[in-house]
Write a protein that binds this ligand. Structure first.
Ligand code: ADP
Length: 702
C-alpha cells in the first residue's frame, strides 16, 4: 500500500538538499573494503559493531556506492518504526537527496518511497508483508536485517525465511545481519557457518558508579543524580533511561523545574528533551540537533536510545535498571505490561552510550550485586513472550512446502504451548480448519496489516454489510496513537467527557466508532477534538489509517465492499450487524458474566476470572445490567486481570463458537504433531523471565 502523495513527477520538485556527511568517519566506513569483499564472496554475512559505529546509516550507502542497488533496491529492516523513519531521514540528508526519492522508508500505514528508491528502510513487519505478494522479494538485491540483537518477533521470523530464500536466490541476493551485541557465532551457525565481521569500535572508557541499594523512587533518584551532574561535572550531555512515556513526562517537567530553581547554580544552560517512539517527528529532530553553545542537554529516553537511536554528545548516563516490557502468557491468553529489570547486555549498552566521544560516566541506580546476580544475561527474545497468532497465520499463508509450524526453523524456538495457543486462536476465528490448514478467510486475513481479530472482523463485516463502521474501529484500534480522552479528574474534564458519545451501552468499540463519526460530522474539525480533550494527532492518524485500510480491503476482498457510508446506518440502531461481526472476529476472546460473582470468566480452553477495565465505558454500570456476553480486544494483567475494550454480544451469536470450542482437537490442529502424539519434542522449556518489579497501566512502551 502506498500513499497517494508518493512522488508525483508533475508536482514541483523539492529544493535540492545539500549533502551532509557524518562529521568524522565512522568505524564501519573505515572497514568498507573488507565488508564489500565479504559480501562479494558470500550470500550471508553477519556484521557485529558497537552501537553508533554506523551499521544502520553507512552499510546501505557502502553497498549502494559499489553498485548493488543497480540490480534491485537495498532493504534495511528496523524493528522500530521510529528508527526506520529517523535513520532514513539521516541517510537522505547525508546523500543530499529529498527523503522519499532515492532514500525512503516504509512503516505500517506510511510509505515514503518512490520508483526511484534504491535504499529503503522498512520495519521488519513491512518486509514480512511484502513477501506475501512477492515471496522471493525480487525487488531487492540486498536485504540488511539491522538491529538483530533486539530479537524482535518479526526479525526472528525473517531470519528463518531468509534461510529458505537464499536457497532460491543464492546467485542474486545478499543478506546481511547486523547487531551490536548478538552472539555472532550462533547466527553464523544458523546460516551454515557464514562469515562474521567484527568491526572494532572506538568506545572510550566509561566509569561506572553503583548505588548501595535500589532506590524506592527511581524518578526521584534519577533527578537527584542529574542535578548533581549538572552542578559538579564539566560539559557533556546526560542521557537518562526511563521506562515509558509517563515517567519521561514526569521526569522532564520535574527536571526543568529543579534546574530553574537551582540554588547552587551551574555555569551552563540546560535543555531537557524527551525521546521515545511516539514522539512527533518535529520533536525527534530536536534530539539529533547539536546542543547550543554552553548548554548541557538532558535527554530523557526509553530503551529506544539503548541501541536503535544514537544521540551524539552524551558523556553521562543515568540508568535506572528497569524497562517496560509486554509479556504474553499463552496459558491464560493474557498480556501483562510490566516494569522489569533489564538484562546485563542492556545495562552494558546503556553504559556504552557515555563513551562514544570521550571518556564518560555511567550512574547505575542499583547495586553491583543486582547487576551480577539478579539481571538475566540477555533479554528474552520477543518470540518467547508474544502471542504468535499473527505470525503463525502469516507462515501458514506462505504455503511453504514441507512446513509444519511446530517445526519451523527458528533461531530460538518459541514454546510449544505458545504455538498451540496460536493454532487454537486461529481455529476459533476460522482462519484455519480443524486440520490446521489455512482457510480462504485466513488467506484474506493474512493480507490485511492488522491483528487476526480485527482482520476477521472486517471480513465478517463485509459479509454483513457494515464494513464501513468496522473499518473505523479497526483503524482506531490499530493506529498506535491514542485519541482517547485523558482521564483528567477535574470537573471541566469530566464535563467534556460526558459530552462525548457513550457507546449506547454496547461498549468501547461502539463508543470509539461514535466518537469518530461525531468528528466526521464536524468535517474533521481539529477544534472539536481539543474541545473534547481528544488528541488531534491520534484522530488524524486514525482517519489516515482508515483510508488506507479501505483501499487495501477493496483490492483483496471478494465481492463488493461498502467502505464509503460513514454515517450510522439507521436501519441498525443497536449496531447488531457490527457487534455480530465483532463477535465473530473476537471469537477467541469471549467472556461470560458470572452469576454469583462480581465479574466475568473467559470462555474457552483457558477459563479464568476477569473484570472490565476501569477505562471502559461499561465500567461503573450496575453489575446486574452488564451484558451477559462480551468480547474483548485485549486481556491485560495489571493489579488484576482486566478486559480492555469490550463489546456486548448476543448469546445466539456465541453458540457456534461454543460448539467449535467443544470440537477443538489440538492434535488435529497441529497436524498430528502435538505433544500428546509421538513427535519430535520442540523446545519445551519456557525462557526464564525477568523479575517483574511493578504493575503499569499505560500501554506506552515505545
Ligand atoms: P549503528 O547502527 O551502528 O548503531 P548508526 O548508523 O545508527 O550506528 O549511527 C551512526 C552515526 O549516525 C551516529 O553518530 C549517529 O549519531 C548518527 N545518526 C544516526 N541517525 C541520525 C539522525 N537521525 N540524525 C542525526 N544523526 C544520526
Amino acid at each position: 500500500m502506498r500513499r497517494e502523495e508518493k512522488s508525483n513527477p508533475k508536482t514541483s520538485p523539492p529544493p535540492p538538499a545539500m549533502p551532509s556527511p557524518p562529521p568524522q568517519p565512522l568505524p564501519i566506513s573505515e572497514h568498507a573494503d573488507e565488508i564489500v569483499a565479504a559480501v562479494e564472496a558470500n550470500t550471508v554475512v553477519v556484521v557485529i559493531g558497537e552501537t553508533g559505529s554506523g551499521k544502520s546509516t553507512q552499510l546501505s550507502q557502502i553497498l549502494h556506492r559499489c553498485g548493488y542497488s543497480r540490480r534491485g533496491a537495498i532493504a534495511v529492516t528496523q524493528p522500530r518504526r521510529v528508527a526506520a523513519v529517523s535513520v532514513s531521514r539521516r541517510v537522505a540528508q547525508e546523500l543530499g537527496v529529498p527523503l522519499g526519492d532515492e532514500v525512503g522508508y516504509a512503516i505500517r500505514f506510511e510509505d515514503r518511497t518512490s520508483e526511484r528508491t534504491c535504499i529503503k528502510y522498512l520495519t521488519d513487519g513491512v518486509l514480512l508483508r511484502e513477501s506475501l505478494s512477492d515471496p522471493e522479494l525480487k525487488q531487492y538485491s540486498v536485504i540488511i536485517l539491522d538491529e538483530a540483537h533486539e530479537r524482535s518477533l518479526n526479525t526472528d521470523i525473517l531470519l528463518g525465511l531468509m534461510k529458505r530464500l537464499i536457497k532460491d536466490r543464492a546467485s542474486d541476493l545478499k543478506v546481511l545481519i547486523t547487531s551490536a551485541t548478538l552472539d555472532g557465532l550462533k547466527v553464523s551457525n544458523f546460516f551454515s557457518g557464514c562469515p562474521v565481521l567484527n568491526i572494532p569500535g572506538t568506545l572510550f572508557p566509561v566509569e561506572k558508579f553503583y548505588s548501595t541499594e535500589r532506590p524506592t523512587n527511581y524518578i526521584e533518584s534519577s533527578l537527584k543524580t542529574a542535578i548533581d551532574i549538572h552542578v559538579k561535572e564539566p560539559s557533556g550531555d546526560v542521557l537518562i533511561f526511563m521506562t515509558g512515556m509517563d515517567d519521561i513526562d514526569k521526569m522532564v517537567s520535574k527536571l526543568k523545574e529543579r534546574i530553574q530553581n537551582l540554588e547552587e547554580g551551574s555555569c551552563m544552560d540546560a535543555l531537557v528533551l524527551p525521546l521515545h517512539g511516539s514522539l512527533p517527528p518535529e520533536q525527534q529532530v530536536r534530539v539529533f540537533a547539536p546542543a547550543p553553545p554552553n548548554c548541557r542537554r538532558f535527554i530523557v529516553a526509553t530503551n529506544v536510545a539503548e541501541t536503535s537511536l544514537t544521540v551524539d554528545g552524551v558523556v553521562f548516563v543515568i540508568d535506572c535498571g528497569y524497562v517496560k516490557q509486554r509479556q504474553y502468557n499463552p496459558s491464560s491468553g493474557m498480556y501483562s505490561l510490566d516494569v522489569v529489570q533489564i538484562s546485563r547486555v542492556q545495562a552494558d549498552q546503556r553504559a556504552g552510550r557515555a563513551g562514544r566521544t570521550r571518556p564518560g560516566k555511567c550512574y547505575r541506580l542499583y547495586p553491583i550485586s543486582t547487576y551480577q546476580k539478579e539481571f538475566l544475561e540477555a533479554t528474552v527474545p520477543e518470540i518467547q513472550r508474544s502471542s504468535l497468532a499473527g505470525s503463525v497465520l502469516y507462515l501458514k499463508s506462505l504455503d511453504l512446502p514441507d512446513i509444519n509450524i511446530l517445526k519451523f526453523d527458528f533461531l530460538d524456538p518459541p514454546s510449544r504451548e505458545s504455538l498451540e495457543d496460536a493454532l487454537r486462536q486461529l481455529y476459533l476465528i476460522n482462519a484455519i480448519d480443524e486440520n490446521g490448514q489455512i482457510t480462504d478467510i485466513g488467506r484474506i486475513m493474512a493480507e490485511l496489516p492488522l491483528e487476526p481479530s480485527l482482520s476477521r472482523t472486517l471480513i465478517e463485516a463485509n459479509e454483513l454489510g457494515c464494513l464501513s463502521q468496522a473499518l473505523t474501529i479497526a483503524a482506531v484500534l490499530s493506529a498506535e496513537i491514542t485519541f482517547r480522552p485523558t482521564r483528567s479528574k477535574d470537573m471541566e474534564g469530566k464535563r467534556k467527557r460526558q459530552e462525548l458519545p457513550d457507546g449506547s451501552g454496547w461498549g468501547d468499540h461502539i463508543q470509539l466508532l461514535q466518537i469518530f463519526e461525531s468528528w466526521d460530522q464536524t468535517g474533521y474539525d481539529p477544534r472539536w477534538c481539543s474541545d473534547h480533550e481528544l488528541q488531534v494527532r491520534g484522530m488524524k492518524f486514525s482517519k489516515d489509517v482508515r483510508n488506507q485500510l479501505s483501499q487495501i480491503i477493496q483490492k483483496i476482498a471478494k465481492g463488493p465492499t461498502d467502505v464509503q457510508a460513514k454515517k450510522r446506518q439507521k436501519s441498525d440502531p443497536d449496531y447488531r450487524k457490527l457487534r455480530r461481526a465483532l463477535c465473530v472476529g473476537y471469537g477467541n476472546q469471549l467472556a461470560e458474566r458470572m452469576l454469583h460473582h462480581n465479574g466475568y470468566h473467559t470462555v474457552g480452553y483457558r477459563a479464568q476470572l476477569v473484570q472490565v477495565h476501569p477505562s471502559s465505558v461499561l465500567e461503573g454500570d450496575e453489575y446486574g445490567k452488564l451484558p451477559v456476553y462480551v468480547v474483548y480486544h485485549e486481556l491485560i494483567s495489571t493489579t488484576r486481570p482486566f478486559m480492555r475494550n469490550v463489546c456486548a454480544v448476543d448469546q445466539s451469536w456465541v453458540k457456534p463458537i461454543l460448539k467449535k470450542i467443544e470440537r477443538l482437537d489440538i492434535n488435529k490442529l497441529s497436524g498430528g504433531s502435538s505433544s500428546s502424539k509421538n513427535s519430535e519434542p520442540l523446545e519445551e522449556k519456557q525462557a526464564s523471565s525477568p523479575k517483574k518489579v511493578m504493575d503499569v497501566t499505560q500501554s506506552d512502551v515505545d
